[in-house]
Design a protein around this ligand. Structure first.
Ligand code: B12
Ligand code: SF4
Length: 352
């Protein structure tokens, strides 16, 4: 016998998830939006979103036999990380709140695998085990659409999944399975209404319409996914955001009372919630690797790190420490980073 919905939720909560939902694998209503988004070029150079598109739209192609998806969500906003204060202090670097602690990929996947093991242990002796495969942000999976289908929230105008009691500061993870759980019929009403806060506040006007993000303009994409030079026109608007961006979440009314997490894995490490830009820029590659060990920030390399910091320094106060740090780095910097350093020095009205 499969566990009941209530047992499943209890086990998931013991593992640190706040909620789960179960859906079938029919994503046909999403396909036109996804195809239109890709055709518009909004994915930029994230070629992985186009590759495996059919698997993304059809879970049963990614994992044969899949008939159900258990979607789970886990809050990640650590308490006392003062996001707005840091964002408004131009001498400090703003790191997205999801990346302050331990890499969530490891945390979620491991716990989802434990949930799956527990489901199979629950089966009567002799009954063949069902198959389970856990994902979080690691495979061609349409996580937000699946989460919405499972009743975990609605897709907001900023394109993230959110709900009335939790806002949007949560990660998503899924278990694909051939176990025939009853699906959750619940659907969550869209709570965005006439609010356009995320669209208005986005520093680079990346949300080009409700539920439509031009990733090429999004600071999260520019600082994390994009490997090359950051378009000059977008640099001033990036401010001090050195890894990802949270503005569309920070100003969303549903996040005003959003719960924080007590999960030790997501507690900020190494002062990353309020770091001084100059200190980060002066790190050697070895020090950067040490600072980011076990962190999601490892998605970027040292060159991207220096590029992002050069932009933030160029947007910061023209103090002697910043100017000297930029000048010191110039001789050893790669051509791409050197170009960003020169841009930053020009912003600060200093010579190279
Ligand atoms: C690629 C990616 C990005 C890209 C592109 C983002 C995007 N919106 O597509 C970039 C690098 C910009 C990015 C940024 C961020 N990301 Co991201 N990202 C992903 C990833 C890997 C794939 C998303 C994807 O498939 N995008 C492609 C498009 C086609 O699909 P879609 O986003 O699902 O959006 C479509 C639907 O909304 C659909 N749609 C549905 N209904 C309707 C209705 C209408 C009318 C329309 C027009 C469209 C529409 O059409 C959209 C296309 O327009 C997922 C993990 C995953 N495997 O799903 C994480 C994920 C979405 N990211 C996440 C996070 C946390 C972020 C950031 C907050 C990180 C940060 N602080 O910097 C930002 C938020 C920026 C933003 N406003 O989206 C979380 C979101 C959790 C949540 N609560 O929703 C995810 C789910 C990772 C995870 N496992 O938790 N991300
Ligand atoms: S993450 Fe920042 S740049 Fe990207 S859409 Fe949201 S507010 Fe705009």
């Amino acid at each position: 016998m499969l566990p009941t919905r209530r047992e499943l939720l209890e086990w998931a909560q013991e593992l640190g998830f706040q909620d789960i939902g179960i859906s079938n694998v029919d994503l046909s209503d999403q396909a036109p939006h996804v195809r239109a988004w890709l055709a518009a070029g909004f994915a930029g150079d994230m070629g992985y979103l186009t590759r495996n598109l059919e698997k993304r739209l059809h879970p049963e192609l990614l994992e044969p036999g899949t008939c159900r998806v258990i979607s789970a969500r886990m809050n990640y906003l650590a308490a006392d990380t003062r996001p707005l204060r840091v964002l408004h202090d131009a001498s400090r670097g703003y790191v997205s709140r999801y990346a302050l602690g331990r890499d969530y990929h490891k945390v979620l996947r491991r716990r989802l695998a434990r949930l799956a093991e527990r489901i199979n242990r629950h089966l009567p002796a002799g009954q063949p085990a069902y198959r389970y495969r856990a994902f979080t942000d690691s495979a061609p999976v349409l996580e937000k659409a699946l989460g919405e289908k499972a009743g975990l929230g609605w897709i907001g105008k900023h394109t993230l999944l959110l709900n009335r009691s939790a806002g949007s500061w949560f990660f998503l993870g899924e278990i694909y399975t051939n176990a025939p759980f009853p699906v959750d019929g619940k659907s969550v009403d869209d709570g965005c209404g006439k609010c356009n806060a995320c669209i208005t506040v986005c520093p680079t006007d990346a949300i080009v319409g409700p539920q439509t993000l031009d990733a090429r303009r999004c600071i999260s994409y520019l600082t994390i996914e994009h490997k090359g030079a950051i378009p000059e026109a977008l640099r001033p608007a990036m401010g001090n955001r050195i890894y990802g961006c949270d503005d569309c979440q920070l100003y969303c009314p549903w996040n005003r009372a959003a719960p924080t997490t007590g999960e030790p894995d997501y507690a900020a490490r190494h002062n990353l919630d309020n770091p001084a830009l100059v200190e980060l820029f002066e790190l050697t590659e070895q020090e950067f690797l040490k600072l980011t060990e076990g962190s999601a920030i490892r998605r970027i390399n040292y060159e991207q790190w220096q590029r992002n910091l050069a932009v933030a320094l160029g947007n910061g106060p023209a103090d002697a420490a910043a100017i000297q740090a930029l000048r010191r780095r110039l001789p050893a910097a790669s051509a791409m980073v050197a170009e960003h350093i020169r841009w930053a020095l020009a912003q600060l009205q200093a010579t190279p």
